[in-house]
Design a protein around this ligand. Structure first.
Ligand SMILES: C[S@@+](CC[C@H](N)C(=O)[O-])C[C@H]1O[C@@H](n2cnc3c(N)ncnc32)[C@H](O)[C@@H]1O
Length: 266
């Protein structure tokens, strides 16, 4: 089980416990409890430090992507692909009865995830939910094509918290394939930063323990990511992350310096 996927689900579990929560993920706590049983203490401590630094970003991102998906599915997108799905439980907690959901991640992640969901008695809320075991750096497009995924139907693509774990070449490889598999009207959401802000990654590099997780970051599409995507057949809209805190009733200076990009296939 990848520790990066556990960090964000820890934040979701904490948020779900709050009276003023901005979303509810009823499976997040089950994932955290099961992960704690298999992850050693020396890895659990860095995770807690990481979550402290990234909490506000993680929960705002979750809420933003939840809203993005609801809107996309209420519009023309009848397929959803979660790239690097990790412990994202949207196929079990969002009203996606009009959509077929495809989750792309590695086999060990699905082995853990599907066991926990089965033990929790989770049932998918999507029309269908398909686990696609693939490496985003290599064969994910072919594995999707082998499944019931239909490139002629508009698709909502979620690249949440995954591109930064790839190099710029690998991230471009992913988005190039996403473009090739996207019918007109398809949507893509990802997080972007084109200017230096109060980046918690800087603090993570000097926070004992959290530095081990920061070391996994490769940068993803990088500061040119938004323009690079816009030059490849997508119309791009940017939403400032800092504006979302107040919108969701949780202003926080640590949200500044980044954007969410919603790209629509021309
Ligand atoms: C930080 S987690 C985010 C998970 C999820 N999107 C979320 O926001 O909860 C990153 C996920 O990307 C997956 N991932 C990273 N590199 C990958 C690759 N090359 N191929 C497939 N999955 C990958 C990891 O296994 C992990 O589950």
């Amino acid at each position: 089980m990848g520790i990066a996927a556990v960090g964000v689900v820890m934040a979701r579990a904490m948020e779900t416990d709050r009276a003023d929560r901005m979303f509810s993920d009823p499976y997040a706590r089950s994932f955290v409890d099961a992960a704690e049983a298999v992850i050693g203490t020396d890895e659990w401590q860095p995770l807690a430090a990481w979550v402290d630094l990234f909490y506000s970003r993680g929960v705002v991102r979750t809420r933003f992507v939840d809203d993005f998906l609801r809107d996309a599915v209420a519009g023309d997108c009848a397929q959803v692909v979660l790239l690097g799905a990790g412990l994202d439980a949207r196929a079990f907690r969002l009203p996606l009865a009009d959509a077929d959901v495809f989750e792309v991640d590695t086999s060990p992640v699905f082995a853990f995830k599907d066991t926990v969901l089965a033990d929790a008695g989770a049932r998918s809320t999507a029309r269908s939910r398909t686990a696609v075991r693939a490496d985003l750096r290599e064969d994910f497009a072919a594995r999707l094509a082998d499944s019931t995924f239909d490139p002629d139907r508009p698709t909502a693509w979620v690249a949440e918290g995954v591109l930064p774990y790839l190099t710029v070449e690998q991230a471009r490889h992913v988005i190039t394939h996403v473009g090739a598999l996207s019918a007109p009207g398809s949507k893509l959401v990802f997080e972007h930063s084109d200017k230096p802000g109060p980046d918690p990654r800087a603090a993570a590099l000097t926070t004992p323990g959290a530095d081990r997780i920061s070391a996994m970051i490769r940068g993803g599409l990088g500061p040119e990511g938004r323009d690079w995507v816009a030059g490849r057949g997508w119309s791009v809209e940017a939403v400032e992350r800092g504006e979302l805190g107040p919108r969701y009733g949780r202003p926080d200076d640590r949200l500044a310096g980044g954007q969410f990009i919603i790209a629509t296939r021309d």
